[in-house]
Design a binder for this molecule. Sequence first.
Ligand code: KIV
Ligand code: ZN
Length: 511
Amino acid sequence: MSKKVYIFDTTLRDGEQSPGASLNTHEKLEIAKQLERLGVDAIEAGFPIASKGDFQAVKTIAQNVRKPVIVALARAVKQDIDRAWEAIQYAAKPRIHTFIATSDIHMKHKLKMEPDEVLKRAVEMVSYAKSLCNDVEFSPEDGTRTRPEFLYKILEAVIGAGANVINIPDTVGYAMPDEFGALISGIKQNVRGIDNVILSVHCHNDLGLAVANSLAAIHNGAQQVECTVNGLGERAGNAAMEEIVMVLKTRSDFFGYYTDIVTEQIYRTSTMVSHLTGMHIQANKAIVGSNAFAHESGIHQHGMLSNRQTYEIMTPESIGLKQSQMVLGKHSGRHAFEERLKELGFSNLTQGEINEAFERFKDLADKKKYMMDKDIEALINEKVLKVPETYELEYFHISSGNTLVATSTVRVSNDNEVYEEAACGDGPVDATFKAIDRAVGVEAKLEDYYLRAVTSGKDALGEVTVKISKNGDVYIGRGLSTDVIEASAKAYINAINKMLLAQNGKNGKQI
Ligand code: KIV
Ligand code: ZN
């Protein structure tokens, strides 16, 4: 009989630690709701002691997302555990996840503690966490580089202190699959009480082995995997949720395990996370890359036409990538549009959001003959996931050419006020950004600018993602238009709006 593997998603905690992937509370809540629809068992919502923003996001998720276990991370330190509990106490199923490093190198150089002190602290903090919350997870950080005897000893002690989930992290992505499998099997054999708790693993991808290591652990008795959407995470990232889930599903003959993931929600979750974090997915990424189900060579196409299974081990439909039978255009009605939204996984939109999306769809269909699925997705993502807008682009005009200095005039509005400014720049995008800076009276550093065509064709929608930073904080903005300068201006204003929202909705003119 096949056994269940628990999916513990840490996109909002470890994933958000990816350089440049910053999310505000509103965006984290949207992702958490989508993770709930996806069917994950646990959501690690953040590290509440890290910042006020992290605390607020964890608390908001705990109050609003009821089905999965909501986990808050804490070092094995009393203040961290108190703050974690403060944030998750209202969750339907709260869990405190506490950790301390156990490898010689970490204990000596980072913690500057003796092994016995680490053991004592781990036990004290697990029992303290248990006094607040019934569900406590413990991680020996850098577990794969910890001496096995010490690892067994500390795990046995924290189980005695009340931990009910034991998580083994490959913190630096160092382990080899066989080695990691053997470590898990060693823990199963040598740690008293291990069969009464959930044994979990948490693998990083520094050597590209995070998914392989997680699977080796499952093969050797791990019941929970910690993973992230699109493999986001510190440095080279964490094990990719979609890969682990689809391996277990596609090769259930080999593993004999199942998950409760609604795999048809994978594609929607992946695009949402990529969109909101600004972390783009490489085309050949397994499962969710844009080429993952594309067949280019004639031989493959021929095989696919006679039997899809010749070259397809799983269907695009199984991850929620439905092949459209019908192309929408300006004559398409509301009913067809709503049906398409449902097929694309946007089943949770309010009637107001659908109406607004339909208006925008009609506007765009006037400029673009065929509306592809990706156009509709981009349209919804741009609007529905947007923060309240302090400033809006009213108008822009550019003058540019290879023998001219680019100049741009922009007009933006803020409630009932209108600001208009002009600037010169190194090309029309630079001039437009400078004019916006002047109009809104805010200065930020442009960290990254990324332009992509949503579909092919000369009338394709351009989607621009910008990252701006101020005082070390990064804000991601996105803009969509058939005109790339307009998309750039919208993206830049969107990033500024997020920055202003983070600064408690202050008006840019006062900064
Ligand atoms: O990689 C790691 O060790 C972690 C722990 C906090 C579980 O993220
Ligand atoms: Zn980690």
